[in-house]
Design a protein around this ligand. Sequence first.
Ligand code: SF4
Ligand code: SF4
Length: 117
Amino acid sequence: MSSMIAYCGINCSECPAYIATQTNDDNERKKVAEMWAKQYNPNLTAKDINCDGCITSSTKVFSWCNECPIRKCGKEKSVNNCAYCVEYAACDKLATFFKMAPKAKDTLDNIRKGKSR
Ligand code: SF4
Ligand code: SF4
């Protein structure tokens, strides 16, 4: 499975919904749905767990990520991910998100330093 970094810096390749989809594993879909139903949305079921990752050209993207304002913005600006955006350092959307996801910030910072892609 190849590596995919989302616009926001999340590593989609490590996301359980991505893994369940790419391996087409219905048992895993069920497990992820049960876990995320407890954490995020009680209405989620296994059929909701289908995602080809944030930067895919496929329409198969998990519902929350499909509505994500960072993803929408990155697509509009046609950047590979937010690390490539000229507004990166001053972006309010990212600043708010990074408080919840410091690892995503590290990933994008490293891309900007040329340490990874
Ligand atoms: S876009 Fe898909 S693979 Fe990436 S974090 Fe969201 S649900 Fe997971
Ligand atoms: S302004 Fe740039 S850094 Fe901010 S969300 Fe949009 S693409 Fe990402």
